[in-house]
Design a protein around this ligand. Structure first.
Ligand code: PAF
Length: 277
């Protein structure tokens, strides 16, 4: 696996990968890699592409109240994971390579970025869209792979790529879950054992709501039952909604493609999840 730490090394690495004449796939990550990331690399590799993975903890997508320094970092373990997963190139830029001090451009996406995570974390999607646009410009991939775990992020990036006519395809990969349903996330490591036991309620409540909605029950009833299940476990629901899949607009009745999206606080850990409805 090639390792690039500077733009010059990245350019040389990408030229080498392109010489294979396979498509080039990018898996953008912030490191702390788990089985969810492995699934992204695997999906990219199984598509026949050569795979580049970026590891960059993007300061621009963290709010003032969010602890950037607490974000888990383990480069040696991440590189071992990527090698084992069949990644061909690891792109490890530093903050100055990504955001030179004289930078003046950021990307603001409205539409799917406006609500939910967009409201809870002001500026978050500006950070995500800006870093993804930069990564796409640096690596120039044919495809980029994102997890459905961050459903809203997937829609925001898809919309940005369409609106800016960027020449790549965005591919969504289904959420990887623990056997009890908890969606894999780098933040799960901060759950203590009691919280870890309670966390799968989020998924349980979403799946029960999906069944209720499929039976034709009113959306408000399904959502308030789900909220009760989640809050009975001591989680504080920040938002819970039925939304249109691509636009993230709230739905009062079930129109597919629909998604149930939720964010809840469990102690100091903020959990998000979503399922198709
Ligand atoms: O999902 C993530 O890990 C990040 O938001 C991403 C897409 C790598 C951008 O920093």
């Amino acid at each position: 696996m090639l390792i690039a730490r500077t733009l010059a090394e990245l350019r040389a690495g990408c030229t080498e990968l392109r010489a294979t004449r396979s498509a080039l796939a990018l898996v953008p990550t912030m490191g702390a890699l788990h089985n969810g990331h492995r699934a992204l690399v695997r999906a990219a590799a199984e598509s026949g592409a050569t795979v580049a993975t970026s590891i960059f903890v993007n300061p621009l997508q963290f709010g003032a109240s969010e602890d950037l320094s607490r974000y888990p970092r383990d480069e040696a373990a991440d590189l071992a994971t990527l090698r084992a997963a069949g990644c061909h190139l690891a792109w490890l830029p530093d903050v100055t390579a990504m955001y030179p001090p004289d930078d003046v451009t950021t990307i603001d996406v409205a539409g799917p970025a406006a609500m939910w995570e967009g409201t809870a974390r002001p500026g978050h999607f500006r950070g995500v869209a800006t870093v993804c646009a930069k990564l796409f410009g640096q690596v120039r991939p044919d495809r980029a792979y994102f997890g459905e775990k961050d459903w809203q992020q997937l829609q925001v990036v898809t919309r940005m790529v369409a609106d800016l006519h960027l020449p790549l395809e965005i591919v969504g990969v289904p959420t990887v879950r623990e056997s009890d349903g908890l969606a894999l996330s780098s933040r799960n490591r901060f759950l203590d054992s009691d919280q870890r036991r309670l966390a799968p309620r989020l998924y349980m409540a979403l799946m029960t709501a999906v069944e209720t909605l499929a039976k034709g029950e009113p959306v408000d009833d399904a959502l308030s039952a789900a909220r009760q299940t989640i809050e009975a476990g001591g989680l504080a629901v920040e938002y819970l909604a039925l939304v249109d899949g691509p636009t993230l607009q709230p739905l009062q009745t079930l129109h597919r493609p629909a998604r149930l999206v939720v964010a809840a606080q469990l102690g100091s850990v903020r959990l998000i999840d979503n399922v198709a409805a």
